[in-house]
Design a protein around this ligand. Structure first.
Ligand code: HEC
Ligand code: HEC
Length: 305
């Protein structure tokens, strides 16, 4: 907004507010006095003997009105309200919010300091702490990982025990604090089109004991060794440094049907480039270290009873 327009709206509000207050003063003073003088019957008569009187307003009512007017002037001097005038009291919405947040933090700090002093293993056995963790999980994590933490297609199931980035407390803590972005490249071209994709999928399905076309496995293995081991490892058990999943287990982040597997192999998944492809966001600016440690214990505890 330019200086002129912001100043215009500022003046507009100041003038309107002051004018409204003066108008009220005028009504009370002038009209009130005239009413006193004119206390009389009006000419309105109904049913023969019902007459409308023109009595002045009761004093307590007018006194209340004056008190409200004086209050509003005081309010506008102390609090912000008159255009961009900030008021003499130094109050602001943001200031009040900060103050309340600081009070809440001061209140919960000893509790979180206590959590930080405990290992994830011990903390995951603390019922009360896990109740708090569950609430934070529902607020911050459930929209992607589901309220039961079982995830959905593309959103990691946190109860499967198959970790792309590692399942130790330290690794889970890093996933939550720093975020994770796994990049599965589109391999359709490198595999020479859909025939190559079909055979490599048959090979991967054979590895994990899923129904597959046995005639394609030998060719699929050759293609896999050439194209996939650099990320998924020679034994296809994945590489947690880059979040490449183990392809020999029964946990499938993108679905276990032949069609779903062919799709991710052909087109890949790259949340840095694709719209609608999700990564794990970093939470270190959103949650305190204490909260992240508590969530780590909670997530770790889901698969380590
Ligand atoms: C915007 C959606 C989103 C939110 C919110 C989110 N996650 Fe994630 N999370 C993901 C995705 C997607 C992945 C998989 C990332 C990858 O491997 O590329 C993931 C991965 C993870 C991993 C690593 C799993 C592995 O296999 O190693 C952990 C642990 C995790 N999330 C925990 C959490 C917790 C705890 C919260 C709440 C503080 C949370 N996530 C909030 C989307 C989300
Ligand atoms: C650049 C490294 C890289 C290469 C090369 C690569 N992958 Fe991946 N792959 C990944 C990563 C990382 C993921 C996890 C993606 C995510 O979570 O967003 C993944 C996911 C997958 C998945 C989905 C697993 C699931 O749990 O649903 C399949 C299947 C897969 N890859 C097969 C292959 C095959 C077959 C090849 C070779 C043709 C291949 N990948 C080559 C890195 C790679």
């Amino acid at each position: 907004m330019s200086d002129f327009t912001s100043n215009f709206w500022n003046l507009y509000i100041v003038i309107l507010t002051v004018a409204a207050l003066l108008f009220c003063v005028w009504i009370l003073a002038v009209v009130g006095k005239r009413e006193e003088k004119a206390a009389s019957k009006t000419t309105h008569v109904w049913d023969g003997d019902l007459t409308e009187y023109n009595n002045p307003l009761p004093n307590w009512w007018r006194g209340l009105f004056w008190a409200l007017l004086i209050f509003s002037v005081g309010y506008l001097i102390y609090y912000p309200g008159l255009g961009s005038f900030k008021g003499l009291g130094g109050w602001s919405q943001v200031g009040q919010f900060d103050q309340e947040m600081r009070a809440l933090e001061a209140k919960t700090k000893p509790m979180y300091d206590g959590f930080l002093a405990m290992s994830a293993e011990d903390l995951s056995k603390d019922q009360k702490a896990m109740g708090t963790a569950e609430r934070i999980f529902q607020n911050e994590c459930a929209r992607c990982h589901g309220s039961d933490a079982r995830g959905a297609i593309g959103f990691k199931n946190l109860r499967s025990g198959a970790w792309n980035w590692g399942g130790s407390p330290a690794e889970i803590e890093e996933s939550i604090a720093e975020g994770r972005t796994g990049v599965m490249l589109p391999m359709g071209e490198a595999l020479g089109g859909s025939d190559g994709v079909q055979s490599v999928v048959a090979y991967v399905r054979a590895l994990s004991g899923l129904p597959h076309d046995a005639n394609l496995v030998a060719q699929g293995e050759v293609l896999f060794d050439e194209n996939c081991t650099s990320c998924h490892g020679n034994d296809a058990r994945g590489m947690k440094e880059i979040g490449a999943p183990d392809l020999t287990d029964s946990d499938w982040d993108y679905g276990s049907s032949e069609k779903a597997m062919a799709k991710i192999v052909e087109f890949g998944h790259n949340s840095e480039l694709e719209e609608g492809a999700f990564a794990m966001p970093a939470h270190k600016g959103v949650l305190s270290t204490g909260q992240i440690h508590l969530l780590t214990s909670y997530v770790w505890g889901l698969t380590n009873k």
